[in-house]
Design a protein around this ligand. Structure first.
Ligand code: PLP
Length: 334
């Protein structure tokens, strides 16, 4: 059995009750990092010599740095919200973990760049591990599932729209380049291919060495001009990043359709169903349905399992929609 976690040991504390531990760890971690620098090619000459340190402009530069940091500290204290206080528990923002704070400060010193493994061998490995842990938490097979860390919820939502949009355009690009692969499928079928079928088409284009051609005929090459890839269905409780996403990715705000929420602020699944029915009757595809797990204002959790069930029922009728879960706020509730 795992030891129960004592939550009071996880945070600095509203009165900085755990400051001794925090400070000791901070100094230990900074010392440890400094040692790393010192012992990296110890034979290399010093760049910052004692002679250099004795120069007046050196002392002045340090003084400027000191003043800037003290000014920042003052500004932060005068104008910040004390999220650490239990008086602010009702707010979306809260105190942050000791481990997160110290981990962040320490990692900054290593300055990793996760855009490429060479720039971040340690943190890329951690990013992959985090993706696998989250996949396992969500019930996916961590050996095949993967994920990556974004800089925040807005970017994660952008990526969801980006993915849904690009996937939706691929069947048509395939039809332009290799019509034999989608022979017999009319526009409506092409607009409603499940993700797996779209990815299979991409694999087949790759096998034939024609992936680049397909990509250039997809929305990634041609842009959104003249395309109608369908509508985004988002609960009324959505975060405003969804409106920005519709704007940025050329979906158009008028194609962002709000789904009513019930009295408990969760998406009204019956309303979602009737919106999809009426879109299907007009032969308008659904680019994606967005479920929110922890709405920004109310913390409401949409019934993702019901939406998944609905998706399965619609798939049987030839209506497919991509599902994105915005769990920026409450992933642990899933
Ligand atoms: C539900 C939801 N999605 C997305 C976001 C955007 O996250 P970020 O502020 O990290 O970009 C928020 C932020 O509060 C949110 O509550």
């Amino acid at each position: 059995m795992t030891e129960p976690i004592n939550f009071n040991a996880l945070f600095l504390g509203p009165k900085a009750e755990n400051y001794d531990f925090f400070k000791r760890m901070l100094v230990y971690l900074m010392d440890d990092h400094a040692e790393w620098r010192r012992f990296f090619h110890p034979e290399d000459p010093l760049v910052v010599t004692e002679e250099e340190k004795a120069r007046p402009d050196f002392a002045r530069t340090l003084q400027n740095t000191r003043e800037a940091l003290i000014e920042l500290a003052g500004n932060l204290q005068v104008s910040s919200n004390p999220w650490f206080s239990p008086r602010y528990l009702g707010h979306m923002n809260a105190d942050t973990l000791i481990a997160a704070n110290l981990g962040y400060m320490l990692t900054l010193l290593y300055n990793p760049n996760n855009c490429a493994y060479e720039g971040s061998p340690a943190t890329t490995a951690l990013e992959i591990e985090t993706g696998r842990q989250l996949a396992a938490l969500m019930g996916y097979d961590p050996r095949t599932a993967w994920g990556h860390i974004t800089s925040g919820g807005t970017v994660a939502n952008y990526e969801g729209v980006w993915l849904a949009r690009n996937l939706a355009s691929i069947p048509f690009a395939i039809r332009d380049c290799m019509p034999e692969l989608v022979e017999g499928l009319d526009d409506w079928r092409l607009m409603n291919l499940p993700v797996k079928d779209v990815l299979d088409l991409v694999d087949r284009a790759r096998e034939r060495g024609r992936f680049d051609e397909v990509r250039d005929r997809s929305v990634r090459g041609t842009g959104m001009a003249g395309r109608d890839l369908g509508v985004l269905l988002v609960p009324e409780s959505k975060h405003y990043s969804w409106a920005k996403a519709a704007d940025i990715f050329g979906i158009g705000r008028e194609n962002l359709i709000p789904v009513p929420v019930r009295d408990d602020y969760r998406m009204d699944i019956r309303a979602l169903e009737s919106i999809i029915d009426s879109l299907a009757a007009q032969k308008r595809p659904v680019l994606a349905v967005v479920a929110v797990v922890g709405s920004t204002e109310e913390g409401a959790v949409d019934e993702v399992h019901e939406i998944v069930r609905l998706r399965e029922r619609y798939a049987e009728k030839g209506v497919f929609f991509y599902l994105h879960v915005d769990a920026a706020l409450r992933l642990e509730r899933l």
